[in-house]
Structure formats: C-alpha cells, structure tokens
Design a protein around this ligand. Structure first.
Ligand code: FPP
Ligand code: MG
Length: 353
C-alpha cells in the first residue's frame, strides 16, 4: 500500500521532544504564485473595488483613509495558513490537480474574513501588536478597528456572492456566527471544563478551517464522502492550530510570533496548559474560577504551568489532532498536494511560530 510509508511518520504524542520545533506554511512552491495572486487580489479589491475576477465591484473605498486601514495587514505577508490549506486541498481534490479561479477566490474570502476577526479580536483583547506591526486598535483606534473589521467582512461577503454557490455561501455565514459564539463562550467561560475548552476552540478557530476545507471540496465537485473527509481534516487541523497557539502563548516570544505573548492568563483564560496543570496543582482551580483576577494570580499560575507537565501534554494533544488530520488525508488519492498537506499537518504540531 503506497500510503503505508506515512504511517511511521505519525508523531508520537508522548515522545515528541518539545525541542522539535518547526515553522509552518511558506515554501510550498506549487502554490507560491497563487498565494501572491490572492494577496494582490485582496489589495486590489480593497483599494480599487476590483473583485478577484478582474470585474469592477459595485462600490470602492472612496475615502483614502478607509483603503489604507483596510489594507494595513495585507502589506506584509502573514503565514497565510488558511489560504495555503484551501489551495492545497483544492489541488488535491480537483480532477486535474489544478487550481481553479474559484478556489483562489475562496482562499481570498476566508483570508479576509479571518483578518477581520483578528482586527476585532485585538480590540477585545486590547492587543498591541499583530503580524509584526502595531495592531490596528493601537495604530489607529478601537473605533476605527471595529469599522475596519466590518469593512473587510463586507468586502469578503460581497466577493463570496461571485462564487454563486448557496451551499458554500451558507457555510461562510455559519462560520461567522460560530466565531461570534466562540468569542462569547470565551468571554463568559469559568471553571475547569476540558469539554468547554474544546468546544470553544472549535468555535473560535476550527470552524473556519473546517468549513473552508468543506467549501473547497464542494467547489471541486467532490462526492459527499470526499466532502466529509475534507471537512474532518479541516476540523482536526483547525483544533491543532489553536491548541498550539494556546501553548505558544506560554512558550514563545513576540519576535517569533509577531504578536503579544503571555496574554491569556491576564485575559482570564484557562487554556489547555492551565487545565492540565490544574490536575497536578489543584490550587489553580480557585484562580481559574476568579479568572486570575487577584493580585499575584497571573504570576503564580504561570509558574505552576511552567513546572507542570501541562505544556508537554498540550503539545501531545495537538499532535493527536494532527495525526487524525493525516489519517483523513490518507483516504484521498495520492498526489503532490495531498502529500504537502501531510507535511503541513506534521509541521503544524511541532511549530514554534
Ligand atoms: C484569535 O484568538 C481570535 C479568533 C480566532 C476569533 C475572533 C472572532 C471574533 C472577534 C468574532 C467576530 C468575527 C468577525 C469575522 C468580525 P486569540 O486571541 O486566542 O489569538 P491571538 O493570540 O492571535 O490574538
Ligand atoms: Mg487575541
């Protein structure tokens, strides 16, 4: 069986050294040009009103200020993990292995929606940096950041209509509603519930990648079984992405991530490292219940997490999700793009930025 060569490459959740670190996305030369095209399309849409098919949209940003805030995060290239996943999935599923203009457009829509959610998230989290730049809420203001996020969302949903696919459009709306649910769940969460943590993680991060991968399969005209495999892959890789993000909040640096670190405790959040650490240090429970609001809570909780096995177990959890994602891919026909997705899933688990 041609696929069996990948089985030994599944990562061992218990024995993967925390020093095994990688970066993720970038360097997939088969989609380099398409990613560049997508980034150009985004700027073109936001400044000139052209959609991804070179057609002139109904309204362009007439206020110069609006175009400059809207394009702010697209001047530099972020990791672009979501468009990378969408493009590789589309190539893996399309009958001739090529990328259609619909798939580039889908990647563009989801990258814009994702960026809109980050612009709003930085207001909620009072962030200071994002993508190696001053975050929009700091560089401009909270008010302008909210408006900028709204504008990105408006433009991405307008672009979505050009796909003329109601099912794909419906998934986009579902993602948006679930992102909001996830944020509300996070703002209101209390107590030590791993189930709630996983549900919140699905809603705030995995839903977008799940439904983006599902949409990609639908646009490729796949049968339902394949659509479901793509969906399940997206769900697993999306869970891993956020779980590693929660880990890196404790272990990484602003230089590596291009954004603030050590913020989750200050925001009152008990993510996987804390939930695991609380099994070893029960004194964390009270701190979690009061959302680390008492003087000294953040410092003490951080110390307990670092000396617990919470960080290693969190990496292990992410690896389990990545392994499940790889198992899904093994059900797809063998291709260069499918194999690059396998590589991406492996690096996702061990990434340090
Ligand atoms: C980042 O989480 C935030 C998200 C993944 C989702 C944010 C969603 C909203 C604010 C709902 C509104 C959505 C739209 C589309 C306007 P994080 O704070 O853990 O990650 P970070 O460290 O990158 O900030
Ligand atoms: Mg945040």
């Amino acid at each position: 069986d041609i696929d069996s060569k990948y089985i030994p490459k599944l990562l061992d959740p218990l024995n993967t050294l925390s020093t095994t670190t990688t970066t993720v996305a970038g360097g997939y030369s088969i989609i380099d040009k398409d990613l560049q095209q997508m980034s150009n399309n985004i700027i073109d849409l936001l400044t000139n009103g052209f959609n991804g098919r070179g057609e002139y949209g109904r309204a362009k940003a007439t206020h110069p200020y609006l175009a400059s805030i809207a394009t702010y995060y697209f001047q530099l290239k972020g990791k672009r993990i979501r468009p990378t996943l969408i493009m590789l999935m589309s190539r893996a599923l399309s009958p001739n292995g090529c990328l259609t203009s619909d798939s580039i457009l889908l990647a563009q829509v989801y990258e814009m929606m994702h960026t809109a959610s980050l612009v709003h998230d930085d207001v909620l989290d009072e962030a200071t940096t994002r993508r190696d730049m001053k975050s929009i809420n700091m560089a401009y203001s909270n008010k302008l950041a909210i408006l900028c996020g709204d504008y990105l969302l408006a433009r991405s949903s307008g672009l979505m209509t050009t796909l003329k696919n109601p099912e794909v459009h419906e998934l986009f709306a579902t993602v948006l509603a679930e992102l909001v649910e996830g944020e509300i769940m996070q703002i209101k969460s209390t107590g030590l519930s791993f189930d709630n943590y996983l549900r919140k993680t699905y809603l705030k991060t995995a839903t977008l990648i799940t439904n983006a991968c599902r949409s990609s399969a639908l646009l490729c005209g796949c049968d339902r079984a394949t659509v479901d495999i793509a969906t399940e892959f997206g769900s697993n890789i999306g869970m891993a992405l956020q779980i590693v993000d929660d880990l890196l909040d404790f272990t990484s640096s602003p230089e590596e991530l291009g954004k603030d670190v050590l913020v989750d405790l200050s925001l009152g959040l008990a993510t996987a490292p804390v939930l695991y650490a609380a099994e070893e240090y029960p004194e964390l429970e009270e701190m979690v219940n009061r959302r680390f609001s008492a003087t000294g809570d953040v410092v003490l909780a951080n110390e307990l997490v670092l000396k617990s096995n919470g960080l290693v177990r969190t990496r292990g959890l992410a690896i389990e999700y990545c392994n499940k994602a790889i198992q899904c891919l093994l059900h797809l026909p063998s291709s260069e793009s499918r194999d690059l997705l396998i590589t991406l899933a492996q690096t996702m688990a061990t990434r340090n930025k």
